[in-house]
Ligand binder design. Structure first.
Ligand SMILES: [Fe+2]
Length: 241
């Protein structure tokens, strides 16, 4: 069995709009483990002007969650990062160590407003790379400026940006436009990693199994391993993909 990595989740209790308490977190961890996840990155939201949890607080929560994960399985590891909501000045927070990269690597998970202009996204990612970080675009399927526009996605990749898709976005029927976009991204090798973006134990739970089965059926176990194990592992170890 491939040990899956979940690179985007809101499993830390009571730090953002994700898990509400430790009970919910434990339930989410159990679900994740039963679905084959063995490595999970907690990526609480970080937004300028919001009442963000301090890094010290996040680290405390992380430690508690790590202990709970080890009770579920001694091969179950939890890492820390942030999901940065882009606005001008956000990269300064990384430099100041107030916002976190993924497991202290150069990789940064960043989300944009869904209706953000392409030029803003482009310039933001360019500035991020100029500062020596490797931006990872969170759930790329959400942004209107990039939707079904493979040239733009390619341009961002050429800039040095990486692409994360929510694994559940691969599900859905033939008429599902988001699923269709994600399947095409997958077909064109334009996805680097997946995440569950789990917020809850029910509804937005960490359930990658169905999406992973789709990838395996279409492209084989090797592709599942690349996108859900090898690439994520390299990122967390600060290696170049
Ligand atoms: Fe998220």
């Amino acid at each position: 069995m491939i040990e899956l990595f979940d690179m985007h989740s809101h499993i830390l209790p009571n730090v953002d709009d994700g898990s509400k308490n430790m009970e919910m977190t434990i339930e989410m961890l159990r679900i994740a483990y039963s679905q084959g996840i063995r490595n999970m990155v907690a990526t609480p939201h970080y937004m300028l002007g919001a009442d963000n949890c301090s890094v010290a607080e996040l680290k405390e929560r992380l430690q508690e969650v790590q202990e709970e994960a080890l009770k579920i399985g001694d091969d179950f590891h939890i890492y820390l990062g942030n999901e940065l909501y882009y606005s001008e000045g956000i990269w300064d927070r990384l430099d100041q160590k107030e916002a976190l990269t993924l497991n202290d690597s150069r990789y940064v998970l960043v989300e944009f407003d869904v209706s953000e202009k392409y030029k803003v996204i482009y310039d933001a990612l360019k500035e991020c790379t100029r500062r020596g970080y490797f931006p990872v675009i969170a759930h790329i399927e959400r942004y209107m400026a990039l939707f079904m526009d493979f040239d733009k996605v390619e341009e961002l990749m050429n800039l040095g940006a990486y692409v994360q898709v929510n694994i559940s976005s691969l599900e859905g029927g033939l008429t599902d436009r988001v699923a269709s976009f994600c399947r095409k991204l997958l077909k064109y090798n334009m996805i680097h990693i997946f995440g569950t973006d789990a917020h809850r134990a029910a509804g937005r739970a960490p359930t990658p199994k169905k999406g992973a089965a789709y990838i395996e059926k279409k492209y084989g176990a090797g592709t599942v391993k690349l996108l859900m194990h090898t690439n994520p592992k390299k990122m967390l170890n600060n290696k170049i993909l």
